[in-house]
Design a binder for this molecule. Structure first.
Ligand code: FES
Length: 100
């Protein structure tokens, strides 16, 4: 399992998100109440950028057509048969790492 640094913990305030390009593809990083979560950045509807969506607690709304996902579990709230991929995130010494 590889660990890559994708952000500094201070970069995102609670309720914020960003898109990170990695060797494993684009990842959406979210801060939910001080905890970090990561999913694939690609919406399963038509590929919208989830890291640019709006975050309400743990639910992100895709900016393109409004599909919603719980980013703590990957659950697709609009189309439950299509969960989004989640990634393990570790915060250590002020840095946010993705384990892939
Ligand atoms: S691409 Fe995300 S809702 Fe359509």
């Amino acid at each position: 399992m590889a660990r890559i640094k994708i952000a500094s913990a201070g970069e995102l305030r609670p309720g914020q998100s960003k898109v990170v390009e990695t060797d494993a593809g684009a990842v959406a990083l979210f801060n939910v109440g001080g905890s970090f979560f990561a999913t694939s950045n690609t919406c399963l509807h038509k590929g919208g950028p989830l890291g640019e969506g709006s975050l309400d607690n743990s639910v992100v709304t895709c900016p393109w057509h409004g599909w919603q996902y719980d980013i703590t579990t990957g659950e697709n709230l609009t189309n439950p048969s299509q969960p989004v991929r989640t990634h393990k995130v570790v915060v250590e010494n002020g840095s946010v790492f993705l384990e892939i």
